[in-house]
Ligand binder design. Structure first.
Ligand code: PHE
Length: 455
């Protein structure tokens, strides 16, 4: 509690607050997850839906979460109940999300670690060969070792409470990641046949469009902006009554979406250049970045090996700051709810994460025969958190704010520090459009996957 009080006062400037929120937002979601979803769900059609959602609903929900946090001045698990005691359970529902995400986030973090190692040890060429990635994740021991390295690094930083140091380093490194991403994207665009990829990525083709495109874009929006899981509420609780919430939300939204768009622009054209845009590659899911980026870097020659090593190192830092934010959240939930110390809460978090993470990691190797509702473990955890739980948390946040306590509470909170320029948009989104939309999408997606309707 004491630490929380301290950090709650710790955003001394609005820019510090925006940087912290942006640091938590930008991570594997932007660089690893966004490009593979865009490739899988129809390129331009996905991009269009995503951008529309980001500037309307993403923006509105972010302001609402900031405002709930700042108003209640308490972390998410209590915040919803403080607004209305009948919504106490929503705090719990939101808290389950980071508990599910953290373990598999660290598995992917481990893959990034491995690829950084591959590049600095001069094996970039080997990693660009077809089958390298699937062989690698199919092994039992090595991916587990890297997962544990990443997980334990996260845990040590959280236990020692030195995340501020890491955040500082990563804040100086993030602009570098942005610059390197731009350079790599530009290079990727000069590859033979890359323009076919640019077309696929930028020009919507609605024959690729389905209800799943929309659900995937919605889930990605929450994941990438760290919404609908209590984290942004907690960030809001740290910020001062002077900070302009609307400008902050806009900046975080633009930065986060920009990084994701750039990652897509690097990876998708590469699929067309190296694999002729084959559906098998476009549809492959979580492995896409790990398969395509080594090809891009290897084709650059020696400079590419260095660029690749630098790139994976920077992604590693982006992933680490996000995993720290996730673990911090889980630890503080356990501390508050189980009334245990920070160390005990960290060890409990670590234990749960190791078990769930092992399942995700082994799901590609020793346990590859086991599926849950047709998903391997990692995809299953990803699916229930992103496509089920987060839309539900968002839906009930809209109901709580729009219909129970009233949007006025949010509007009043925002206008303490500034004018609320897009108040109308936000009110209509939260009260009407978003809830109706989420219900329609969730119901049709469930019916679709049960085979009752075909969309
Ligand atoms: N938004 C992060 C990403 O895009 C994931 C994350 C979620 C990080 C919640 C912290 C908290 O990678």
């Amino acid at each position: 509690m004491e630490e929380k009080q301290k950090s709650r006062a710790s955003f001394t400037s609005r820019i510090g607050f925006v940087m912290a929120a942006a640091g938590s937002a930008a991570g594997l979601g932007n660089i690893w997850r966004f490009p593979y979803l865009a490739a899988k769900y129809g390129g331009g059609a996905f991009l269009l839906v995503y951008i529309i959602l980001a500037v309307t609903f993403g923006f509105s929900l972010m302001i609402v979460e900031f405002a709930i946090g700042r108003k209640t001045h308490i972390s998410a698990i209590e915040a919803y109940g403080k607004l209305d005691h009948r919504f106490k359970w929503l705090g719990y529902l939101a808290s389950i999300v980071p508990i599910i995400i953290l373990p598999y986030y660290c598995v992917i973090g481990g893959w990034v670690f491995k690829y950084f190692g591959v590049f600095i040890s001069g094996q970039a060429g080997a990693s660009s060969k077809d089958g390298f990635f699937s062989n690698y994740i199919g092994q039992t021991a090595e991916p587990i070792v890297w997962f544990m390295v990443f997980m334990i690094a996260t845990a040590i930083i959280v236990m020692l409470g030195v995340e501020k140091g890491v955040e500082k380093v990563s804040r100086t490194l993030m602009p570098l990641l942005l610059i390197l991403s731009i350079v790599t994207a530009v290079y990727s665009l000069t590859l033979p046949n890359a323009m076919a990829g640019v077309k696929y990525y930028l020009i919507p083709d609605f024959s690729h469009f389905s209800v799943n495109t929309v659900l995937a874009a919605l889930g990605q929006l929450f994941y990438s902006l760290s919404l609908a899981m209590g984290i942004t509420v907690t960030y809001g609780s740290y910020c001062s009554k002077k900070d302009d919430l609307e400008v902050s939300a806009t900046q975080v939204d633009i930065f986060d979406t920009g990084v994701a768009l750039l990652a897509g622009l690097t990876i998708i054209p590469a699929v067309f250049s190296f694999s002729g845009g084959s559906q098998a590659q476009l549809q492959q899911g979580p492995g896409l970045m790990f398969v395509m980026l080594p090809k891009v870097f290897s084709s650059m020659g020696f400079g590419g090996v260095i660029a690749g090593a630098a790139f994976f190192l920077l992604v590693l830092f982006a992933a680490l700051t996000s995993s720290i934010a996730l673990m911090e959240t889980v630890v503080s939930i356990f501390q508050d709810k189980l009334h245990i110390g920070r160390m005990a809460a960290s060890i409990l978090t670590l234990a749960i994460s190791v078990v769930l993470g092992l399942l995700s990691s082994l799901g590609f190797g020793a346990l590859s025969g086991v599926t849950l509702f047709g998903f391997d473990f990692l995809d299953f955890f990803d699916f229930i958190s992103n496509s089920i739980l987060m839309p539900l948390v968002a839906l009930f946040t809209c109901i709580l704010v729009g219909w129970v306590v009233g949007m006025k509470t949010i509007d009043d909170e925002v206008t303490i520090s500034s004018k609320f320029r897009r108040e109308k948009l936000c009110n209509v989104m939260i009260k009407w459009i978003a809830p109706i939309f989420i219900i329609l999408i969730l119901v049709s997606s469930v019916l679709n996957s049960l085979g009752i309707i075909k969309l």
